[in-house]
Design a protein around this ligand. Structure first.
Ligand code: SF4
Ligand code: SF4
Length: 109
């Protein structure tokens, strides 16, 4: 079943737990990564301060196929301190995006 990583980044606080959890799970060196954060801002837009952290994947991400096959969540999803990451089957993606609203990204490695 094809799946995607969905991040409700309006709740992402840039803690980097997903980055570290992925590196630990995959046994990567400090200069390797499966997921990283793109920092946007801070900037003032229409009188409001905006500061977003938007995760993105590298080619090293396999959506934690081994963990998922064992019935576990991907390491990044499991360790996300804001519980704002989800592994979603593609045929349920539309429903999940409707549920989460705006400022959501869909990541497919
Ligand atoms: S799904 Fe697994 S491999 Fe992909 S970024 Fe998350 S922890 Fe890393
Ligand atoms: S673990 Fe969650 S809250 Fe922390 S940086 Fe990653 S997506 Fe954002």
């Amino acid at each position: 079943m094809k799946q995607a990583l969905v991040v409700d980044y309006k709740y992402c606080d840039g803690c980097n737990s997903c980055v570290v959890a992925c590196r630990m799970e995959k046994g990567m060196a400090i200069d390797e990564w499966g997921i990283k954060l793109n920092e946007v801002g801070p900037e003032k837009v229409d009188g409001k301060w905006m500061w977003d952290f938007i995760p993105y994947l590298s080619k090293r991400c396999d959506l934690c196929a081994d963990r998922v096959a064992e019935g576990k969540k991907p390491a990044c999803v499991h360790h996300c301190l804001s519980s704002c990451m989800y592994l979603v089957p593609l045929d349920e993606l539309g429903q999940k995006l409707d549920e989460l609203g705006d400022e959501v990204e869909v990541l497919i490695p």
